[in-house]
Design a protein around this ligand. Structure first.
Ligand code: CO
Length: 225
């Protein structure tokens, strides 16, 4: 290692150390702020959770679930992964849905995609991305299902946005297909929503997915009894 490289590494280490220290400082301030408003805030928080919404979104650092919805700790059960996917064989996503629907008894499940999603962009290109290949293949499947409509769009940016929306729609269908949601629908008014976060304006857009219609179609094929 040259002296110069060593110095760069050392500076980076100091920088990262400062970044982490800042997080702990922020945490101390956050505790103070919460306690100023309610001295028993953390006592109440530790009593348990009763969220009414399950939010499934992208891991993208710019799409912060709680902040963009303006919800407080305890109000949303959150699951995030690359490109907000709900794969039937993903043990993590399936466990989250099971716990949220069957135990926490949420009434709303949201899949929130976002314009400018790197995961969807990567799936549109034919590069070898290693471990991400099987993950992004699920988005390529969305493309295949909607190939006719998508190939009619000549503008690449419009096509990219449309695939992001269609991916949200398909992930909503994957949720509706789960046994947990079908069982829950029999005894309460559970709803699945498809949203897109517009990263350019900060706006949350409801894609107005017809939950009843999809559910009906899904039950025909995937019904459990
Ligand atoms: Co993304």
């Amino acid at each position: 290692m040259t002296v110069k490289t060593f110095q760069v590494c050392k500076n980076l280490q100091i920088y990262l150390g400062m970044q982490i220290e800042k997080i702990f400082e922020n945490n101390r301030k956050w505790i103070e702020e919460k306690l100023q408003i309610d001295s028993q805030y953390f006592e109440h928080l530790s009593e348990g959770q009763n969220p009414d919404i399950l939010y499934i979104g992208c891991s993208d650092s710019r799409v912060t679930a709680e902040e963009l919805m303006g919800v407080q700790p305890g109000e949303a059960f959150v699951h995030r992964n690359i490109a907000n996917m709900v794969s039937n064989t993903d043990l993590s996503a399936m466990s989250v849905i099971n716990y949220a629907v069957a135990i926490l008894k949420v009434n709303h499940i949201v899949v929130c995609g976002h314009y400018g999603c790197g995961g969807v962009k990567a799936a549109m290109q034919s590069a070898d991305l290693g471990i991400l290949n099987p993950w992004l293949r699920n988005i390529r499947d969305v493309y295949r299902i909607h190939k006719k409509k998508l190939n009619k769009i000549s503008d690449e940016e419009t096509k990219y946005k449309r695939l992001i929306e269609l991916n949200v729609q398909e992930q909503c269908i994957n949720i509706i297909k789960t046994a947990d949601v079908q069982k829950a629908y029999k005894d309460r008014d559970i709803r699945v929503h498809g949203w897109v976060f517009d990263i350019h304006t900060g706006k949350l857009i409801d894609l107005k997915i017809d939950f009843q219609k999809i559910l009906k179609g899904v039950m025909e094929i995937y019904r459990l009894d």
